[in-house]
Design a protein around this ligand. Structure first.
Ligand SMILES: Cc1cc2nc3c(=O)[nH]c(=O)nc-3n(C[C@H](O)[C@H](O)[C@H](O)COP(=O)(O)OP(=O)(O)OC[C@H]3O[C@@H](n4cnc5c(N)ncnc54)[C@H](O)[C@@H]3O)c2cc1C
Length: 376
């Protein structure tokens, strides 16, 4: 049985471990943190990703712990409807889910000896037909191939292609979780509100949790204001649609996360011999299309299929990259383009954007539909 070293045990690494073991391969995952954890936030799994969960045997369980999502709605900052996209037209559902719940679902079926916590990957060395991975603890392991699923600042990526920083895209995000649901909330909806250089959105995740997210233009690594995150957001969104300040007020300061947004312009190769990249390590993208984790799930399934099909990992990784690069390149670029719409600040330009969105509703729906119709 081929042994595949996976660096990183996030959503991409977990899905890879599961897909590899279901394909008759032996994954060994090395994660730098000493306990498995995911940030306290939600995620939308679109039909392209719930299709993968179905292949992995996890769709029913995800629906049970998550929330079925039927509509994606865009509004002006005051709540005037711009576009309403029905999502229940595909054979696979859209599920809102807590990240930790998804992470646990993915890890649950994987045998416990697969995951090695507290191991920080440093470098690899090719060894004839194998590869040797070296960790900060002094551990050295040998496998038939190595997959870097180690995120935005992937060490495997820099070991392969040299140090190159991701690109900051001028937006900072805040994410929060609360059990309070606005009276105006329409069950099953993702509701987004677009303003000048900032936006806000919310959706249900299941188990009574409501997940909200805000994004605003900001310089890189801008520190929190002295008043705290909650007060800063309260001021930023005070005159927006009433559910937004209410949601901020209902959230504990400790449950508000901030993250700066980065991506990398898509470039090839991802692979060198029997070493490749997956998820954010391969194609970090802005979250505007909500596809980072969804495409990591697609990658995981496809890389396992390729390794099953090709006895030689080098050929398998070439095939994997050929299948995955065009798809993810298009989404990285689409995510960046869509962030540009959020950069508009001039009231006239915002009026034009909102009017255009209203008239182009069916084209926007069609574009989302074709993104989600992809079946890896
Ligand atoms: C604000 C925001 C909202 C988002 N919303 C969505 C959404 O709605 N839908 C969606 O699909 N995606 C969304 N995403 C994107 C999604 O979060 C990521 O694309 C996804 O988590 C990437 O998973 P990954 O496993 O590739 O990387 P990561 O989640 O970053 O995991 C990498 C893992 O590797 C480990 N690691 C790193 N370096 C090393 C090392 N040297 N040695 C060992 N281990 C290491 C880390 O500890 C981590 O566990 C969002 C992102 C942001 C920032």
């Amino acid at each position: 049985m081929k042994k595949i070293i996976v660096v990183g045990g996030g959503i991409g690494g977990a899905a890879t471990a599961l897909a590899l073991s279901q394909s008759g391969l032996e994954p060994a995952v090395y994660e730098r943190t000493s306990a498995l954890r995911e940030v306290g936030a939600g995620i939308a799994l679109w039909a392209n990703a719930t299709h993968i969960l179905k292949q992995l045997g996890l769709l029913e369980a995800a629906i049970q712990v998550g929330c079925l999502t039927t509509n994606y709605q865009f509004n002006s900052q005051r709540g005037k409807l711009l576009v309403n996209i029905p999502l229940d037209t595909s054979e696979f559902p859209v599920v809102g889910i807590h990240r930790a719940a998804l992470h646990q679902l993915l890890w649950h079926p994987v045998s416990s000896g697969t995951l090695h916590l507290g191991e920080t990957f440093e470098r690899f060395e090719p060894q004839q037909n194998q590869v040797e991975a070296h960790f900060a603890s002094g551990l050295t392991v040998t496998g038939d191939a190595l997959i870097g699923a180690d995120g935005l600042r992937s060490r495997v990526r820099s070991a392969l292609f040299g140090e190159k920083l991701p690109v900051y895209r001028n937006f900072k995000t805040w994410r929060g979780l609360t059990e309070w649901v606005p009276t105006s909330y329409q069950p099953g909806y993702i509701q987004e509100f677009l303003g000048a250089g900032k936006g806000f959105g919310f959706m249900m995740l299941g188990q009574g949790k409501l997940y909200w997210y805000a994004a605003a233009m900001a310089p890189e690594a801008q520190p929190d204001l002295a008043v705290g995150r909650k007060q800063e957001l309260t001021t930023m969104y005070q005159d927006w649609f009433s559910a937004i300040p209410e949601l901020i007020a209902a959230t504990d300061e400790a449950n508000i996360l901030t993250t700066d947004l980065y991506d990398r312009p898509p470039t090839q190769p991802w692979s060198q011999g029997n070493v490749t990249l997956l998820g954010d390590a391969a194609h970090p993208m802005l979250p505007t299309m909500g596809q980072g984790a969804c495409t990591a799930l697609e990658d995981a399934y496809v890389v396992a299929q390729c390794l099953k099909e090709h006895p030689d990992p080098i050929a398998a990784f070439q095939h994997y990259e050929a299948l995955r690069f065009p798809r993810t390149k298009a989404i990285v670029e689409q995510s960046l383009r869509s962030s540009k719409m959020g950069e508009l600040r001039n009231p006239w330009a915002i009026g034009v954007r909102n009017a255009l969105m209203k008239t182009m509703g069916s084209a926007i729906s069609q574009s989302f539909r074709s993104l989600h119709a992809y079946r890896a």
